[in-house]
Design a protein around this ligand. Structure first.
Ligand code: HXC
Length: 256
Protein backbone atom coordinates (compact mmCIF):
# COMPACT_ATOMS: atom_id res chain seq x y z
CA UNK A 1 0.00 0.00 0.00
CA UNK A 2 1.42 3.41 -0.89
CA UNK A 3 0.43 6.74 0.63
CA UNK A 4 0.73 10.31 -0.67
CA UNK A 5 1.74 11.87 2.64
CA UNK A 6 3.38 9.05 4.61
CA UNK A 7 6.14 6.48 4.35
CA UNK A 8 5.23 3.27 6.15
CA UNK A 9 7.56 0.43 7.09
CA UNK A 10 7.61 -2.49 9.45
CA UNK A 11 10.84 -3.20 11.36
CA UNK A 12 10.40 -6.38 13.38
CA UNK A 13 7.39 -5.77 15.62
CA UNK A 14 7.58 -1.98 15.20
CA UNK A 15 5.37 -0.08 12.77
CA UNK A 16 7.27 2.98 11.55
CA UNK A 17 5.37 5.92 10.05
CA UNK A 18 7.30 8.85 8.57
CA UNK A 19 5.31 12.02 7.85
CA UNK A 20 6.25 12.93 4.30
CA UNK A 21 5.16 16.31 2.96
CA UNK A 22 8.63 17.89 2.72
CA UNK A 23 7.36 20.77 0.53
CA UNK A 24 5.20 21.97 3.46
CA UNK A 25 7.43 20.95 6.40
CA UNK A 26 5.02 18.04 6.98
CA UNK A 27 2.06 20.38 7.60
CA UNK A 28 -0.86 18.12 8.46
CA UNK A 29 -3.74 18.29 6.01
CA UNK A 30 -6.92 16.19 5.90
CA UNK A 31 -5.32 13.66 3.59
CA UNK A 32 -2.40 13.15 5.98
CA UNK A 33 -4.59 12.66 9.04
CA UNK A 34 -6.86 10.27 7.09
CA UNK A 35 -3.89 8.28 5.82
CA UNK A 36 -2.36 8.20 9.31
CA UNK A 37 -5.61 6.86 10.77
CA UNK A 38 -5.77 4.24 8.01
CA UNK A 39 -2.21 3.10 8.82
CA UNK A 40 -2.88 3.08 12.58
CA UNK A 41 -6.08 1.05 11.98
CA UNK A 42 -3.94 -1.53 10.17
CA UNK A 43 -1.31 -1.63 12.92
CA UNK A 44 -4.02 -2.06 15.58
CA UNK A 45 -5.35 -5.11 13.71
CA UNK A 46 -1.93 -6.57 12.90
CA UNK A 47 -0.92 -9.05 15.61
CA UNK A 48 2.71 -8.78 14.47
CA UNK A 49 2.91 -5.11 15.55
CA UNK A 50 3.61 -4.34 19.22
CA UNK A 51 4.54 -0.66 19.07
CA UNK A 52 4.22 2.24 16.63
CA UNK A 53 6.76 4.98 15.98
CA UNK A 54 5.81 8.25 14.27
CA UNK A 55 8.54 10.54 13.01
CA UNK A 56 9.10 13.36 10.52
CA UNK A 57 12.18 14.82 8.83
CA UNK A 58 15.36 16.34 10.26
CA UNK A 59 13.87 19.82 9.71
CA UNK A 60 10.32 19.23 10.89
CA UNK A 61 8.27 16.65 12.70
CA UNK A 62 5.35 18.79 11.48
CA UNK A 63 5.09 22.60 11.28
CA UNK A 64 1.39 22.60 12.12
CA UNK A 65 -1.96 21.81 10.64
CA UNK A 66 -2.00 22.96 7.01
CA UNK A 67 -2.69 26.71 7.12
CA UNK A 68 -3.37 26.83 3.39
CA UNK A 69 -6.12 24.23 3.75
CA UNK A 70 -7.63 25.95 6.82
CA UNK A 71 -7.48 29.57 5.67
CA UNK A 72 -10.80 29.57 3.70
CA UNK A 73 -12.79 27.59 6.30
CA UNK A 74 -15.80 29.16 8.03
CA UNK A 75 -17.60 28.31 11.27
CA UNK A 76 -20.72 26.46 10.05
CA UNK A 77 -18.57 24.20 7.86
CA UNK A 78 -16.02 23.37 10.58
CA UNK A 79 -18.86 22.62 12.99
CA UNK A 80 -20.95 20.53 10.58
CA UNK A 81 -17.94 18.50 9.41
CA UNK A 82 -16.64 18.29 13.01
CA UNK A 83 -13.31 19.59 11.71
CA UNK A 84 -10.46 18.04 13.77
CA UNK A 85 -12.80 15.30 15.06
CA UNK A 86 -10.80 12.61 13.26
CA UNK A 87 -7.49 13.82 14.80
CA UNK A 88 -8.51 12.50 18.20
CA UNK A 89 -8.60 8.94 16.89
CA UNK A 90 -4.78 8.95 17.11
CA UNK A 91 -5.07 9.39 20.88
CA UNK A 92 -7.66 6.59 21.15
CA UNK A 93 -5.32 3.83 19.94
CA UNK A 94 -4.69 0.90 22.26
CA UNK A 95 -1.18 0.00 21.13
CA UNK A 96 1.65 2.26 22.31
CA UNK A 97 2.74 5.07 19.99
CA UNK A 98 6.05 6.94 20.33
CA UNK A 99 6.77 10.26 18.61
CA UNK A 100 10.39 10.78 17.52
CA UNK A 101 10.71 14.52 16.99
CA UNK A 102 13.46 16.52 15.25
CA UNK A 103 13.14 20.15 14.14
CA UNK A 104 9.81 21.97 14.26
CA UNK A 105 6.86 20.46 16.13
CA UNK A 106 4.47 23.40 15.99
CA UNK A 107 0.73 23.86 16.30
CA UNK A 108 -1.05 20.73 15.11
CA UNK A 109 2.37 19.04 14.73
CA UNK A 110 3.02 19.46 18.46
CA UNK A 111 -0.56 18.41 19.19
CA UNK A 112 -0.03 15.20 17.20
CA UNK A 113 3.17 14.49 19.16
CA UNK A 114 1.30 15.14 22.43
CA UNK A 115 -1.33 12.54 21.41
CA UNK A 116 1.42 9.92 21.33
CA UNK A 117 2.29 8.08 24.55
CA UNK A 118 5.67 9.78 24.85
CA UNK A 119 8.05 11.90 22.85
CA UNK A 120 11.74 11.26 22.26
CA UNK A 121 13.30 14.51 21.04
CA UNK A 122 16.40 15.27 19.02
CA UNK A 123 18.48 18.15 20.39
CA UNK A 124 17.28 20.14 17.35
CA UNK A 125 13.59 19.85 18.30
CA UNK A 126 11.44 22.92 18.92
CA UNK A 127 7.96 22.71 20.38
CA UNK A 128 5.27 25.38 20.34
CA UNK A 129 1.62 26.27 19.89
CA UNK A 130 1.89 29.50 17.86
CA UNK A 131 -1.77 29.52 16.73
CA UNK A 132 -2.43 32.85 18.48
CA UNK A 133 -0.11 34.50 15.94
CA UNK A 134 -2.50 33.34 13.19
CA UNK A 135 -5.54 34.72 15.00
CA UNK A 136 -6.71 31.26 16.06
CA UNK A 137 -6.24 28.78 18.92
CA UNK A 138 -5.09 25.15 19.10
CA UNK A 139 -7.97 22.70 18.72
CA UNK A 140 -6.62 19.16 18.70
CA UNK A 141 -6.10 18.86 22.44
CA UNK A 142 -2.90 20.92 22.68
CA UNK A 143 -4.26 23.33 25.29
CA UNK A 144 -5.48 20.52 27.55
CA UNK A 145 -2.46 18.28 27.17
CA UNK A 146 0.24 20.97 27.37
CA UNK A 147 -1.35 22.52 30.48
CA UNK A 148 -1.55 19.15 32.21
CA UNK A 149 2.10 18.46 31.42
CA UNK A 150 3.78 21.78 32.23
CA UNK A 151 1.29 23.50 34.53
CA UNK A 152 -0.78 26.62 34.12
CA UNK A 153 1.94 29.30 34.22
CA UNK A 154 4.18 27.96 31.48
CA UNK A 155 1.23 26.81 29.37
CA UNK A 156 -0.39 30.25 29.59
CA UNK A 157 2.88 31.99 28.73
CA UNK A 158 3.50 29.75 25.72
CA UNK A 159 -0.10 29.82 24.47
CA UNK A 160 -0.70 33.55 24.89
CA UNK A 161 2.64 34.58 23.37
CA UNK A 162 2.99 31.75 20.85
CA UNK A 163 6.65 31.23 21.81
CA UNK A 164 8.22 27.83 21.33
CA UNK A 165 10.60 25.89 23.58
CA UNK A 166 13.79 24.03 22.73
CA UNK A 167 14.46 20.37 23.53
CA UNK A 168 16.27 21.11 26.80
CA UNK A 169 13.37 23.15 28.17
CA UNK A 170 10.92 20.53 26.91
CA UNK A 171 12.76 17.80 28.81
CA UNK A 172 13.04 19.97 31.95
CA UNK A 173 9.29 20.58 32.10
CA UNK A 174 8.21 17.05 31.30
CA UNK A 175 7.07 17.45 27.70
CA UNK A 176 9.55 14.88 26.40
CA UNK A 177 10.81 11.65 27.90
CA UNK A 178 14.39 12.03 26.65
CA UNK A 179 16.62 14.19 24.45
CA UNK A 180 19.19 12.54 22.19
CA UNK A 181 21.66 13.84 19.58
CA UNK A 182 19.85 14.43 16.28
CA UNK A 183 21.97 11.87 14.42
CA UNK A 184 20.90 9.15 16.87
CA UNK A 185 17.19 9.98 17.07
CA UNK A 186 15.79 7.23 14.90
CA UNK A 187 18.10 4.55 16.27
CA UNK A 188 17.30 5.49 19.89
CA UNK A 189 13.56 5.69 19.24
CA UNK A 190 13.57 2.37 17.34
CA UNK A 191 15.47 0.81 20.23
CA UNK A 192 12.86 2.02 22.68
CA UNK A 193 9.98 0.91 20.44
CA UNK A 194 11.53 -2.56 19.92
CA UNK A 195 11.98 -2.98 23.66
CA UNK A 196 8.30 -2.12 24.25
CA UNK A 197 7.20 -4.38 21.39
CA UNK A 198 9.14 -7.23 23.01
CA UNK A 199 7.22 -7.04 26.32
CA UNK A 200 3.96 -8.78 27.09
CA UNK A 201 1.43 -7.26 24.66
CA UNK A 202 -1.32 -7.51 27.26
CA UNK A 203 0.73 -5.89 30.05
CA UNK A 204 1.83 -3.06 27.76
CA UNK A 205 -1.71 -2.30 26.61
CA UNK A 206 -3.05 -2.51 30.15
CA UNK A 207 -0.34 -0.13 31.33
CA UNK A 208 -1.24 2.37 28.62
CA UNK A 209 -4.89 2.18 29.63
CA UNK A 210 -4.02 2.68 33.33
CA UNK A 211 -1.75 5.68 32.72
CA UNK A 212 -4.43 7.27 30.54
CA UNK A 213 -6.89 6.88 33.40
CA UNK A 214 -4.81 9.31 35.46
CA UNK A 215 -6.28 12.33 33.78
CA UNK A 216 -9.12 11.01 31.65
CA UNK A 217 -11.76 12.39 34.04
CA UNK A 218 -12.44 15.76 32.57
CA UNK A 219 -10.07 15.61 29.60
CA UNK A 220 -12.84 14.52 27.22
CA UNK A 221 -14.94 17.53 28.15
CA UNK A 222 -11.93 19.81 27.76
CA UNK A 223 -11.14 18.37 24.34
CA UNK A 224 -14.71 18.78 23.07
CA UNK A 225 -14.83 22.34 24.35
CA UNK A 226 -11.46 23.19 22.83
CA UNK A 227 -12.52 21.77 19.44
CA UNK A 228 -15.78 23.77 19.46
CA UNK A 229 -13.85 26.95 20.26
CA UNK A 230 -11.41 26.17 17.47
CA UNK A 231 -14.30 25.72 15.02
CA UNK A 232 -15.88 28.97 16.23
CA UNK A 233 -12.69 30.93 15.61
CA UNK A 234 -13.35 30.49 11.89
CA UNK A 235 -16.24 32.92 12.36
CA UNK A 236 -13.77 35.71 13.16
CA UNK A 237 -12.11 38.14 10.72
CA UNK A 238 -8.84 37.65 12.63
CA UNK A 239 -8.65 34.04 11.40
CA UNK A 240 -8.87 35.21 7.78
CA UNK A 241 -6.34 37.97 8.44
CA UNK A 242 -3.87 35.79 10.38
CA UNK A 243 -3.87 32.88 7.93
CA UNK A 244 -4.08 35.14 4.87
CA UNK A 245 -1.03 37.07 6.11
CA UNK A 246 0.92 33.85 6.58
CA UNK A 247 0.22 32.72 3.03
CA UNK A 248 0.97 36.20 1.62
CA UNK A 249 4.18 36.28 3.71
CA UNK A 250 3.32 39.56 5.53
CA UNK A 251 2.66 40.62 9.13
CA UNK A 252 -0.99 40.26 10.23
CA UNK A 253 -3.04 43.28 11.30
CA UNK A 254 -5.63 42.10 13.82
CA UNK A 255 -8.79 43.92 14.87
CA UNK A 256 -9.66 44.45 18.53
C1 HXC B 1 1.04 25.14 5.46
C2 HXC B 1 3.29 25.46 5.74
C3 HXC B 1 3.14 25.38 7.15
C4 HXC B 1 1.83 25.16 7.68
C5 HXC B 1 5.21 25.74 6.71
N1 HXC B 1 4.58 25.67 5.53
N2 HXC B 1 4.36 25.57 7.71
N3 HXC B 1 2.24 25.35 4.92
N4 HXC B 1 0.82 25.05 6.80
N5 HXC B 1 1.59 25.03 8.97
C6 HXC B 1 5.14 25.82 4.20
C7 HXC B 1 5.51 27.27 3.90
O1 HXC B 1 4.38 28.00 3.47
C8 HXC B 1 6.53 27.07 2.81
O2 HXC B 1 5.89 26.81 1.58
C9 HXC B 1 7.25 25.78 3.20
O3 HXC B 1 6.38 25.10 4.10
C10 HXC B 1 8.56 26.05 3.93
O4 HXC B 1 8.29 26.94 5.00
P1 HXC B 1 9.15 28.27 5.27
O5 HXC B 1 8.32 29.15 6.11
O6 HXC B 1 9.68 28.80 3.99
O7 HXC B 1 10.38 27.63 6.11
P2 HXC B 1 11.27 28.36 7.22
O8 HXC B 1 11.62 29.76 6.77
O9 HXC B 1 12.36 27.41 7.52
O10 HXC B 1 10.33 28.52 8.50
C11 HXC B 1 9.88 27.37 9.19
C12 HXC B 1 8.71 27.74 10.13
C13 HXC B 1 7.60 28.44 9.32
C14 HXC B 1 9.23 28.65 11.26
C15 HXC B 1 8.21 26.43 10.77
O11 HXC B 1 7.29 27.65 8.18
C16 HXC B 1 6.33 28.67 10.09
O12 HXC B 1 6.25 29.56 10.94
N6 HXC B 1 5.33 27.85 9.78
C17 HXC B 1 3.99 27.99 10.37
C18 HXC B 1 4.01 27.49 11.80
C19 HXC B 1 2.63 27.63 12.39
O13 HXC B 1 2.10 28.73 12.54
N7 HXC B 1 2.04 26.50 12.76
C20 HXC B 1 0.70 26.47 13.34
C21 HXC B 1 -0.31 26.37 12.24
S1 HXC B 1 -1.95 26.48 12.83
P3 HXC B 1 6.05 27.81 0.30
O14 HXC B 1 5.16 27.18 -0.70
O15 HXC B 1 5.65 29.16 0.78
O16 HXC B 1 7.52 27.72 -0.02
C22 HXC B 1 -2.26 24.99 13.47
C23 HXC B 1 -3.67 24.87 14.01
C24 HXC B 1 -3.81 23.57 14.69
O17 HXC B 1 -1.48 24.12 13.49
C25 HXC B 1 -5.24 23.33 14.96
C26 HXC B 1 -5.51 21.96 15.45
C27 HXC B 1 -4.91 20.88 14.68
Amino acid sequence: MTYQTLLVEQAGAVGLVTLNRPEALNAINTQLIDELNQVLDGFERDAAIGCVLITGSAKAFAAGADVKEMAPLCFPGTYLDDFLGRWDRVAQRRKPIIAAVAGHALGGGFELALMCDFIIAADTARFGLPEVKLGVIPGAGGVQRLTRLVGRAKAMEMLLSGRSMDATEAERCGVVARVVPAAELLEEAMDSASRIAGQSRTAVMMLKECVNRVDDGSLGEGLRFERRMFQAVFATPDQKEGMGAFIEKRKPVFGR
